[in-house]
Design a protein around this ligand. Structure first.
Ligand code: NAD
Ligand code: MG
Length: 398
């Protein structure tokens, strides 16, 4: 095989769970990948450590004050990295002409603009930030199509489905003989709990995921099953599917990462240990395969695979997300923003776990007057929903 050329990579959200796993894979392949930029919100010490190891050209933080602190520390360490700050700097390092690939691993709506900048600039976009597609799926997919960007899903389920589908799968599943996508869900930490127990679960309990180690927001989403709801919407956009073509299957071992069911009765699955370095390495190297540092699955140790239907009575967020996708327009952006506010309030101890779906449902039930056919309108829907969710929480806690 010919020697691969070195790819320059920007890692958005480098200090998070996905960001760290990405840097782990990159460090295994110095002949293939070099870091162009690393970004973080406020974790300046962690970002400095990553700069020492990966020596990027740019390091981006949220505030000017943090960037000044980082620049001083970089200078003291004799590192050439330039520290910058703010949302526009995130977009700059995502769209810079030298950059080949962008890992979009900022959590939440804050990740939308830089991920979109990478898509518009025609990069290889490794999309972990599912909220970007939930908020603005049509705009995002349009940007990818117009620029010729290569969009590779990093969310493990979507990465699995991508691997199970024919390489050309645009234009609707039916065209390619695919009947259904089977989206697996671990069921989260509260799978066996009663509705009463779930209602009063604590942040520590919600963040203790049985199979995956992840950031706090996605951990809470996994516990409410909103994560699976967001993933259902994400899958609709990525694979030109309708919500009806996607079946959620609870599979507690998280060994099958999702499946595609074909017209001839074949069901193709992707299996592996639950380690995000596998989809990350796939996204970095596609269409080639590289070592991700992940052990081969030991099926004798797994021993059995279980499946059950999701319970949308105990976990209403899954239903709310499906309804948002069916409603279309601004509804998914409204759902996403209300959920982000509710999860924040839960993690801060302001509302109970059981109130998360209540807040989302209340905001979803309010008529939103606008559309979502431009970026400005998507952002307006996001702002409106945040205001309504905050008001709803104030009423709940008054
Ligand atoms: P995390 O909380 O561990 O990390 C988030 C990263 O984003 C950090 O580097 C943080 O500094 C940065 N960040 C947070 N808020 C920001 C803001 N306002 N502006 C700029 N940067 C900000 O999250 P994570 O678990 O790594 O998840 C990242 C994304 O990947 C999420 O969208 C999540 O849904 C998705 N994802 C994660 C996993 C997983 O296993 N962790 C799996 C699938 C998808
Ligand atoms: Mg997932």
């Amino acid at each position: 095989m010919s020697q691969p050329t070195v790819q320059l990579v920007t890692v958005l959200g480098a200090t998070g769970s996905i960001g760290k796993s990405t840097l782990d894979v990159i460090a295994r392949h110095p002949e293939r990948y070099r870091v162009y930029a690393l970004t973080a919100h406020t974790s300046k010490e962690a970002l400095l450590e990553q700069c020492r190891t990966h020596c990027p050209q740019f390091a981006v933080l949220d505030s000017e004050a943090d960037a000044q602190w980082l620049q001083q520390a970089l200078n003291d360490a004799g590192l050439p990295t330039v520290a910058t700050a703010g949302p526009e700097a995130l977009c700059d390092v995502a769209r810079a002409p030298q950059v080949d690939a962008v890992m979009a691993a900022i959590v939440g709506a804050a990740g939308l603009l830089p991920a979109l900048a990478a898509a518009e600039a025609g990069k290889r976009v490794l999309l972990a930030n599912k909220e970007a597609l939930v908020m603005s799926g049509a705009l995002f997919m349009d940007a990818v199509a117009r620029s010729g960007a290569t969009l590779l899903p990093i969310d493990s389920e979507h990465n699995a489905i991508y691997q199970c589908l024919p390489s050309e799968h645009r234009g609707g599943l039916a065209k390619h003989g695919v009947r259904q996508l089977l989206l697996t869900a671990s069921g989260g930490p509260f799978r066996g709990w009663s509705a009463e127990e779930i209602a009063s679960a604590t942040p520590e309990q919600a963040c203790a995921h049985p199979n995956w180690s992840m950031g706090r927001k996605i951990s809470v989403d996994s516990a409410t099953l909103m994560n699976k709801g967001l993933e259902l919407i994400e899958a609709c956009w990525l694979f030109d599917a309708t919500p009806e073509q996607i079946q959620v299957v609870v599979h507690p071992q998280s060994v099958i990462h999702s499946m595609a069911a074909y017209d001839d009765g074949s069901v193709i699955a992707q299996l592996g240990n639950p380690d995000m370095r596998t989809p990350i390495a796939y996204g970095l190297a596609w269409p080639e395969r590289i070592d991700a540092g992940v052990e081969t699955l030991d099926l004798f140790q797994v021993a059995r695979l279980d499946f059950e239907a999701p319970d949308e009575t105990r976990f209403p967020c899954l239903r709310l997300a499906r309804e948002a996708m069916q409603a279309g327009g601004a509804a998914p952006a409204v759902l996403n923003a209300a959920n982000e506010v509710a999860v924040d309030a839960f993690l801060s101890g302001d509302i109970t776990f059981g109130a998360i779906p209540d807040v989302v449902a209340k905001v979803m039930a309010m008529p939103y007057p606008g559309q979502a056919d431009s970026l400005e309108r998507v952002l307006a829907a996001d702002r409106w929903s945040r205001e309504q969710a905050a008001l709803t929480i104030r009423q709940l806690t008054a």
